[in-house]
Design a binder for this molecule. Sequence first.
Ligand code: M6R
Length: 344
Amino acid sequence: SLEGYESFMIKEIRESWGAVRDTIAGLMGDVEIGKAVKALDRARRVFVVAAGTSFHAGLIFSLRLLRNGKTVIPVIASEHEFLETDEDDAILVISQSGETMDSLLALKRFKSNGSFVISLTNTLGNSISSYSNVALHTRAGPEIGVAATKTFTSQVGALLLLSSMIIGESIDYLKEAETVVANSFSKSIGYMEKIGREVANKSSMYYLGKGLGVPMAMEGALKIKEIAYIHAEAYPAGESKHGPIALVEKGFPVIFVNTGELVDELRNNLKEMQSRQARTYVISAGPELKSDSETREIVLEVSDPRLTTLALAPPLQLIAYYAAKERGTNPDRPRNLAKTVTVR
Ligand code: M6R
């Protein structure tokens, strides 16, 4: 039930730090994660298969492993037919529901090629986990809102843990995960409401980031399209000058997602947008980007740079939520969408 909240979406965003805590604790006490780490570590190539929001979580995982020398291929589930795997490959399927048809079909085909399949889902006894060699779970609890919120943040938490174990780095930093998400939510909610209300009357906007900020930007753009019906595109910030900037005119909203990676370059991209009179907003989970006193920026406190993606999740979800609220659309039940997509 709504328990006094206005919508499931806001309730579920508020449940996200507890969900991240439970997910990480659950996985740490799960013998299956050791099997997953072993298989992913041994594999010649790792294919990360998912759709929508789960794909964005998969991109974060993929980037982290790629930077550590692992061959990782992120696969949009509905495009799986264009790729082949073999018995030296491992597959990681990420799906909140565990029932997404595209992801399930990809899993079955890659498994029939002899590849070892690991899944990360948020329910017990779902189809995807039942076909997997190793089934891992996030522990976000039921998510009613069609927009993935706490399940995404939990996937990111789970995948930070998994990638750290594969890389062989200390996982101590994850002790702060819950606090970082909770603080980010409370610090940003007021400002995100303001941004959400300001962009609500716009028809188009950009989300720009660098490095791990790119999948976060993609997630921010997906969320606002999904529930507020505002056209939004995400780009690696440097790519914006190769075409997208042509659309930018006075007042065009551009949200910069700053993870603290290549800050000087990102700041240049910000200045480019400001010189086109874009209406820029910066959400920083790293060093401040501010180029002048005009820049609207919030700086989140993050105890370890590896936690930046977790910190950025609530603010990006909140912008979409408040934009939907301002537009009078129902964030829990967006048109044309189902919570679980069981068709191809
Ligand atoms: O259940 P899944 O994680 O497999 O679902 C994948 C997508 O359909 C899902 O993430 C969708 O993009 C969300 N509604 C986004 O908020």
